[in-house]
Ligand binder design. Structure first.
Ligand code: MG
Ligand code: ZN
Length: 216
């Protein structure tokens, strides 16, 4: 049984206008959209795979997977049995609002509470391009630099929550978690920070609990 993945690509337009259209659409449909932003390999797709069972039910969920090429990430999420579409930029390093908007129009928005967009792996322009989301979530793994928040302040300043992934690897790395948390706090003292491992499941409950509250 091979399920079909809807693929969207090559839609560009005045970004702010499309983001605003999306905000109106989502408000009308009482659906919340969040925008996951992190480096390639930060563990965004793994986080979605593992968060799903903690969120749905009660949340009715859909995912829009953003990538430069391939439908690999959308395929990974097919077993979750939720609507998943693949957005391909064909080279661009961020998702544009128009592309997201068209993918949203094909989702059963009347029956959805939360749409999670996984942006293209990149810490710079995804933070600059409004896609009409309610919140940006910064995703950072412990295999990256502990000073990431200082180096990419826009994303961390704008984030409504910060997720630090791959906690299970901490014993094997020189990564100082306290220094990382301090850096995040320096840029954004408001956002809750969730330190978790999608592999072991540690810390996932707190993250999912927060998201559930947020998605209501
Ligand atoms: Mg991914
Ligand atoms: Zn870009």
């Amino acid at each position: 049984m091979k399920k079909e993945i809807k693929v969207y690509r090559d839609l560009m337009g005045a970004n702010e206008e499309w983001a605003q259209k999306t905000r109106v659409l989502l408000q009308e449909k009482k659906t919340i959209m969040i925008n996951l932003i992190g480096s390639p390999g930060a563990g965004k797709t793994a986080l979605l795979e593992k968060s799903h069972t903690l969120l749905a039910p009660p949340l009715r969920l859909a995912v829009l997977e953003g990538d430069v090429e391939t439908t690999k990430d959308a395929e990974r999420l097919l077993p979750l049995n939720i609507p998943v579409s693949q957005l391909l930029t064909g080279g661009a390093c961020h998702l544009e609002a128009k592309l997201v908007h068209y993918a949203l129009l094909d989702l059963p928005l009347d029956n959805l509470d939360l749409v999670i967009v996984e942006n293209v792996g990149n810490l710079v322009c995804p933070a600059e391009f409004d896609i009409g989301e309610k919140a940006k979530i910064a995703v950072l793994s412990v295999t990256e630099g502990e000073d990431k928040a200082l180096k990419y302040p826009l994303l961390f300043r704008e984030a409504q929550a910060v997720v630090i992934t791959k906690k299970d690897l901490l014993p094997y790395l020189p990564f100082r978690l306290d220094a990382c948390l301090e850096a995040v706090k320096q840029i954004n003292s408001q956002a809750p920070v969730f330190v978790l491992s999608s592999l072991t499941g540690e810390g996932l409950d707190a993250w999912a609990g927060w998201l559930k509250e947020f998605g209501h």
